[in-house]
Write a protein that binds this ligand. Structure first.
Ligand code: SAM
Length: 371
């Protein structure tokens, strides 16, 4: 087995200064990057903290009691987040996902949700407003989230077996409490609900079928995510990735599946329907089947850095503009100029990068950039 190297440098400090273009770039909603990809989806990280220590995301050895999280003064306020989000919406964003860290740990999140729910696209439509959560606080908060204007949730759940789940979250959190959160979300109408399961070969791949049986016929869409080489601390190895094709093969042996067409352009998951019509599942194959070509996502970190790729090594620091008196037009033009220069396609290039490449050691953590 290869030795796991866990770099302890602070990658959050790496960012590119953002300039306001000399000519304003009007918000037409038709922005394209160098590969012609539109900007449609904004993920906003509202905290870099989490109450779970999943080894594939925030391993205990790194995110321990001495780990320095962002100080409160560094976090964008709800008003700042909403102002930035408004510029993104003017440029064509139709969907906003709140994430983290664990977004439900951010105090008074409902206030931010209400502000974002009031935004409208250029043609007057409300946004598709959603949130990804580990579900630990969902049973308590589902009603307040719904009342604030959240439309739906995605819940991360890596298995139904209690011992497996407790080991994967590494804080001994019981699966029953997450299931109660999912039920509460369903009860208050935060749907359609998606459940995300990261599959690690040899760790929880025996949970694929129990999870599918559990959620089949409930209206909840279960999605299997290939274990990804995000960040620089999870000791990722290719032999722990279970390719989505194998997930589909294992499922169809018991529960026949038929391919479905994408619900929306740029969708991360490939959809499969149960042949008996009792619902659908999705597979997210960032490792074995890159989907950079259709990627229309931008990510805003908790402290206002804009990232154009989940595997980025650098962000673009918007906070000096946000806090330095830039007008909305200047902020919108700066965002547009960054998007127009975007050329990332890490997952497509992954296979051609040398193993243990220096890029891997410099990638930003998912808990910081937002899932
Ligand atoms: N705390 C929230 C949660 O648990 O859903 C939101 C943040 S979390 C970073 C977002 C998603 O990223 C989760 O579904 C998580 O399982 C997934 N994730 C984190 N690290 C991953 C990895 N190495 N490979 C694949 N998915 C990963």
């Amino acid at each position: 087995m290869s030795e796991r190297v866990i770099p302890l440098i602070d990658q959050r400090l790496r960012s590119r200064p953002v300039a306001v273009p000399s000519q304003p770039i009007p918000a037409s909603g038709l922005l394209g990057d160098t590969l012609g990809r539109p900007l449609r989806d904004l993920r906003i990280s509202v905290t870099d903290r989490c109450n779970f220590r999943c080894s594939y995301c925030m391993p205990k050895e790194v995110f321990d009691k001495d780990y320095q999280y962002l100080p409160h003064s560094a976090l964008l306020t709800f008003e700042e987040i909403t102002r930035v989000a408004q510029q993104f919406v003017a440029h064509g964003v139709q969907k906003i996902r709140l994430t983290g860290g664990e977004p439900l740990l951010r105090k008074n999140l409902e206030i931010l949700i209400a502000q974002l729910a009031a935004l409208r696209t250029a043609d007057g439509q409300p946004l598709d407003l959603t949130l990804t959560t580990n579900g630990s606080l969902l049973a308590r908060k589902a009603q307040a989230l719904k009342d604030a204007g959240l439309q739906r949730v995605t819940v991360s759940l890596d298995g139904l077996d209690d011992a497996t789940f407790r080991a994967m979250n590494d804080v001994d959190f019981p699966v029953a409490d997450v299931l109660a959160g999912i039920e509460a979300a369903q009860r208050v109408g935060l749907g359609p609900i998606k459940v995300n399961m990261v599959v690690k070969r040899g760790t929880n791949d025996d949970q694929i079928l129990p999870m599918a049986r559990h959620f089949k016929g409930t209206g909840i869409v279960l999605r299997f995510i290939e274990y990804m080489d995000v960040g620089a601390t999870n000791g990722w190895r290719m032999d722990e990735v279970l390719p989505s094709a194998e997930v589909v093969a294992r499922l169809s042996a018991e529960l026949p599946l038929v391919p479905l067409s994408p619900a929306a352009p740029g969708e991360t998951a490939e959809r499969w329907g149960y042949a008996d019509g009792s619902g659908e599942i999705g597979v997210i194959s960032s490792v074995t089947h890159a989907f950079c070509r259709d990627c229309n996502r931008a990510r805003l970190s908790t402290e206002g850095q804009l990232y154009l790729c989940l595997f980025a090594t650098h962000g673009h620091d918007l906070r000096p503009l946000i806090r330095g008196g830039a007008s909305d037009e200047e902020l919108a033009s700066a965002i547009a100029a960054i998007w127009q220069q975007r050329d990332d396609r890490y997952s497509e290039l992954r296979a051609s990068l040398p193993p243990d490449t220096a890029v891997g050691g410099r990638r930003i953590e998912m808990s910081y950039i937002g899932g």
